[in-house]
Design a protein around this ligand. Sequence first.
Ligand SMILES: Cc1cc2nc3c(=O)[nH]c(=O)nc-3n(C[C@H](O)[C@H](O)[C@H](O)COP(=O)(O)O)c2cc1C
Length: 250
Amino acid sequence: MSAAYASRFEKVFLCIYLKGPKMSYAAVGRYMQKSEEFVRKWRYNKTKSVDDLSERDIRRLTTKDNKAIIKINLKMISDGVPSVRVLLLKGFGTEGFKFYTNYDSRKGRELAENPHVALTFYWESLRRSVRIEGIANKTSAEDSDHYFQCRPYENQIGSAASKQSSVIASRQTLIIKESELLAKFSKNQVKRPACWGGYFVVPHSIEFWQGQSDRLHDRIRFRRPKSNEKIDNVLVHKGEDGWVYERLSP
Ligand SMILES: Cc1cc2nc3c(=O)[nH]c(=O)nc-3n(C[C@H](O)[C@H](O)[C@H](O)COP(=O)(O)O)c2cc1C
């Protein structure tokens, strides 16, 4: 993407609603281990490293007090005009942060023009937030097929029935389409629509925010270094796998 193109479209902000325990903290966790006091506060209970979090820990982390404590917002800017939506984060790992949607939807079209995205997550009861900036890429057809086939039958039909983001006359339009598809396809027979699939966001910046009662909140940002950037170990520190990290003023 050219610089002119990038400045014209600026950033696409992506916020996703993170749900459920099915995620691995490994990729992000490795970097968190290096970030001094903040990370010690971040670590959950007796966990020695974020890498050590079990599925059960994650479930507790994500469902503390039976509340959805992780929120993600999705925001995009096309032609300099931002838009935002909430999505489910369906996992993350070495590939990136994954979500699924309709490629022909408004967000799908905007991502085709400008793949820059930002994700924000918020755990209210833990006073924690994560901000991610990166580039969205489509996942493979195999990955999309696999996820689509794991979805409940009703959700598969619903995705196939909806031309996401298009204007429709009434709810009845959807109900008619849904009935047609229910009559046409029985369970395990619904094929993934070609326009429906996943994205993975490859991050170039991940910020961890921990709220503190004295309002001197902690912010540690991990990012890819600029070319020839000096790592002084005073302000900027060397992380793993080519990442650097730094503390930001709250
Ligand atoms: C909690 C929650 C979770 C959602 N998860 C998804 C999702 O995983 N995929 C999706 O396409 N839309 C999801 N949506 C709907 C989107 O927010 C949005 O309405 C839809 O994707 C259409 O966006 P667009 O017209 O800007 O492309 C979710 C909405 C909410 C409130």
